[in-house]
Unconditional design. Structure first.
Length: 65
């Protein structure tokens, strides 16, 4: 079940990546929902995803808190 939630979270984040504010809101929701090991995976995924979309770099602050 947790893999499903993680994949769902990634798909949502990819869909809203056109807007930093919306992306940040969805990222905050994900942090509240995912398990600790999933958060680690999300952070790794986010760091690689932002390489292609540097405009989302400010959202890294959210996962580093």
């Amino acid at each position: 079940m947790s893999k499903v939630m993680f994949d769902y979270t990634k798909s949502i984040l990819e869909r809203v990546s056109f807007d930093l504010v919306l992306f940040s809101k969805e990222l905050e929701k994900a942090i509240k929902t995912l398990l600790p090991h999933e958060l680690k995976q999300l952070k790794e995924w986010l760091e690689s995803y932002i390489i292609e979309k540097p405009e989302l770099k400010p959202s890294l602050v959210i996962v580093n808190i």
